[in-house]
Design a protein around this ligand. Structure first.
Ligand code: ZN
Length: 328
């Protein structure tokens, strides 16, 4: 702890206007968002053109990808190819005032081959708020690829789409190929691979600037997981997670995600690599040392440096903490 050179780094998000977005990012988080419908807060992103920016300290004003290049020690000892591919994740808060399109994403292998070497997209959601009787589109009822294609062709959406009930605090891991849609009234935190490849299957025949948005039917049929994954293993409730310690929500080939509910105080340790922390509820303090602390508010995101010593979080809050899983 005595030779620690890095402080946690706080970020200012990039905001994205979307047809289906709302105003909750301003109303409930206090973010200074652009006018109109804003659906996405890219809290921690190094995605070209949609980057978060370091808010203060010696690197204030740098984009996350510039920081990734300039300060490799902060992120830990990473394989060269991993580092060369750029900052690996996007952490977003999504405000869906309306339903999002029915979509899915490819895996790395398909994206590399068909999308100019881009990353695929594994993603996960932590539900921050949703209506009482909320159901998300998660999977489908087709038994074979032929049946999946036929039901899409005939527009039999109510037969095809599987809708699963969710509630506030639920966590869902979406492997590539999982048919999905976030439905109206849902506010969630998304952690995903840094990729923007989405195959849209159905957009409710909506128009954007007088035109329908493009669909990607052939790609969707090619990458869909069929049969769909077991619903019982998709949705995990977190309301029983113990306060004051990290509970692992998922570990996949890209990331580990933990839930940290805090009622008064909790330890927050560094790991071998960097960690991403987002305050999803409440407020309190990040206590770095005896006499250095900084306030935490709902919606704040920060990075912990690799090898950081023990810090504490104090207050009444809820955090999601993510760390990379490196390729073997
Ligand atoms: Zn998605």
């Amino acid at each position: 702890m005595t030779d620690r050179q890095w402080e946690p780094v706080f970020l200012t998000p990039y905001f994205q206007q979307n047809l289906w977005g709302g105003r909750r990012l301003a109303e409930e988080f206090g973010f200074a968002i652009p006018d109109g419908a804003v659906g996405e807060c890219w809290s921690v992103s190094g995605y070209p053109g949609r980057e978060s920016v370091i808010s203060d300290g010696p690197y204030a004003g740098r984009t996350l990808s510039a920081f990734w290049e300039e300060a490799p020690d902060f992120f830990g000892s990473l394989p060269e190819a991993y580092r060369a591919a750029g900052y690996p994740f996007i952490t977003k808060i999504i405000d869906a005032r309306e339903d999002l399109s029915i979509q899915l994403h490819p895996d790395d292998a398909y994206a590399a081959e068909h999308e100019n070497g881009a990353r695929g997209k594994t993603e996960c959601w932590y539900i921050l708020d949703c209506p009482e009787d909320c159901k998300l589109v998660l999977g489908h009822h087709a038994g074979s690829r032929e049946e999946f294609a036929r039901m899409i062709g005939e527009g039999r959406w109510s037969r095809l789409l599987r809708r699963l009930p969710v509630r506030k605090g639920d966590f869902i891991q979406l492997e590539p190929g999982t048919l999905h849609s976030i439905t109206a009234g849902v506010l969630l935190l998304e952690t995903q691979q840094s990729s923007d490849i989405t195959y849209r299957v159905y957009d409710y025949d909506r128009l954007e600037n007088g035109k329908p948005r493009p669909l990607h039917i052939a790609q969707s049929i090619a990458v869909a997981a069929i049969p769909a994954r077991d619903p019982a293993r998709l949705v995990r409730h977190t309301d029983g997670d113990p306060a004051g310690k990290l509970t692992e929500l998922v570990r996949c080939g890209y990331y580990r995600v933990f839930h940290l509910p805090v009622l008064s105080r909790a330890a927050l340790d560094g790991a071998d690599c960097f960690r991403i922390c987002t305050v999803t509820e409440g407020e309190g303090w990040l206590i770095m040392t005896e006499n250095r602390r900084r306030p935490l508010h709902k919606g704040d995101s920060f990075l912990l440096p690799a090898g950081a010593g023990r810090m504490e979080v104090a207050g009444r809050l809820d955090l999601i903490v993510t760390e990379p899983v490196l390729p073997v």
